[in-house]
Write a new protein. Structure first.
Length: 84
């Protein structure tokens, strides 16, 4: 079993009421709700860091070179945009 840490969390009463209502609506415990909310936020922050690092490695003009190799603007039969 994975180890867990305990953390005393102080929430303003109005926020706690929202947490209680939303966790009940999702049929999960308050603890599960808070864990999921924190996990989602951590994932967002990690993704931002990854994307920032990836953008820093990007090469100016690389996308234009890739698109030049992609072919023409002519539609391939069966690949037309509906209604045009």
């Amino acid at each position: 079993m994975a180890s867990v840490s305990n953390f005393a969390l102080r929430l303003p009463p109005s926020l706690m009421e929202d947490v209680k209502a939303l966790s009940a609506q999702d049929s999960v415990s308050i603890n599960q709700f808070v864990v999921q909310a924190v996990a989602e936020r951590v994932a967002i922050m990690r993704d931002r860091g990854f994307l920032r690092a990836r953008a820093a490695r990007a090469e100016q003009g690389a996308m234009a070179r890739i698109l030049e190799k992609a072919g023409t603007d002519e539609a391939i039969p069966g690949d037309e945009i509906p209604g045009e």
